[in-house]
Write a protein that binds this ligand. Structure first.
Ligand SMILES: Nc1ncnc2c1ncn2[C@@H]1O[C@H](COP(=O)(O)OP(=O)(O)OP(=O)(O)O)[C@@H](O)[C@H]1O
Ligand SMILES: [Mg+2]
Length: 300
């Protein structure tokens, strides 16, 4: 019997066939000095100078926590994400056949809480950041249960929702550079009682447009709230080129998965990611990938 990863690789090949192209746009980045460690070839177009703060991620801690670490590039989890990220990068970079608007905006979500969204979003970002050609921004868009900063062992600070509440704030004033050169992080920010509602606001839409335009060369991954608890994440999904729906093996109900998919019908690329599936005794728990698995679920 094929392993989950082999099955996933097959699925990815199908996805590749259906891949897409997106036009890259010129960024109007604030200043090159905000991007000291970034290799993205954007030109400075504004005289305003903003410095992004730099934070240190403990790479040994990452490895110890079962996350991908640039210090341990050959771990099992790194191998799994090497497979998972490939179609997402291809779509984001426009290496496929059709055009996916905002293909570089990737939302990681699920039907319900606790299915592995944050674990997946963080590992995806870490995995892509180890690619030579790709720069990645990890955004914590889950205001109700923010966890990117705590999982990475970083202190909380201002972030996404502060930008939405104060549109005069520049992204670079809260965006964090890290010791992983190609990874920057946008925390969810100061807790706000109505933060989840803000996901569906016009101000959020303007911020997303700004990000997509200014960082067109960067893959932006959003750790997001689940789709079936509140309606706002669906609005967030409508701005994304790609949505990864994490399904927890043996736990998420098929009806919930189908309902979650139906809430984001308009998103051009939806991928189902089977998390914590038992593979075999040697591999332990791993990932399986499904593309347009909606059909299979309906018929299967
Ligand atoms: N593939 C995996 N291997 C090992 N641990 C995992 C895996 N997926 C998730 N976990 C663990 O399961 C727990 C829940 O995962 P996570 O926080 O990523 O879920 P979530 O969907 O983001 O939850 P929430 O809805 O609360 O934001 C975490 O402790 C995480 O480390
Ligand atoms: Mg989470």
């Amino acid at each position: 019997m094929r392993s989950l990863i082999e099955q996933a690789a097959l699925r990815l090949e199908q996805l590749r066939q259906a891949g897409a192209a997106i036009p890259l746009m010129t960024g109007d980045i604030v200043s090159t000095s905000t991007r000291v460690n970034d290799t993205a070839p954007l030109k400075p177009e504004s005289k305003q100078v903003q410095f992004s703060r730099k934070v240190e991620i403990d790479l040994e801690m990452l490895h110890g926590a079962g996350l991908i670490s640039p210090d341990a590039p050959r771990s099992q989890i790194a191998d799994q994400f090497r497979v998972i990220k490939r179609p997402l990068i291809r779509n984001a970079k426009g290496k496929g056949a059709s055009i996916i608007p905002n293909g570089n905006l990737i939302m990681v979500t699920s039907a319900l809480p606790g299915e592995g969204k944050s674990f997946t979003a963080i590992n995806l970002a870490l995995s892509i950041a180890t690619e030579l050609d790709n720069t990645v921004m990890l955004v914590d868009a889950d205001a109700a249960r923010p966890s990117v900063m705590s999982v990475l062992g970083l202190p909380n600070g201002p972030g996404l929702f502060d930008l939405v509440l104060d549109e005069s704030k520049d992204l670079s004033s809260v965006l964090l550079r890290t010791n992983i050169e190609k990874l920057s992080i946008l925390p969810s920010g100061t807790p706000h009682p109505r933060a989840t509602e803000l996901l569906a606001s016009d101000a959020m839409t303007r911020r997303l447009d700004d990000m997509a335009r200014r960082y067109a060369d960067r893959i932006i991954i959003f750790d997001s709230p689940p789709l079936l608890i509140t309606t706002e994440p669906r609005v967030l999904a409508s701005h994304m080129g790609q949505v990864v729906i994490v399904v927890r093996a043996g736990k998420t109900l098929q009806t919930d998965v189908l309902q979650a998919i139906s809430t984001i019908e308009s998103c051009p690329v939806k991928l189902l990611l089977l998390n914590q599936a038992r593979t075999d005794s040697k591999e332990g728990y791993g990932y399986g990938y499904g593309y347009e698995a909606e059909q299979e679920l309906k018929h299967g």
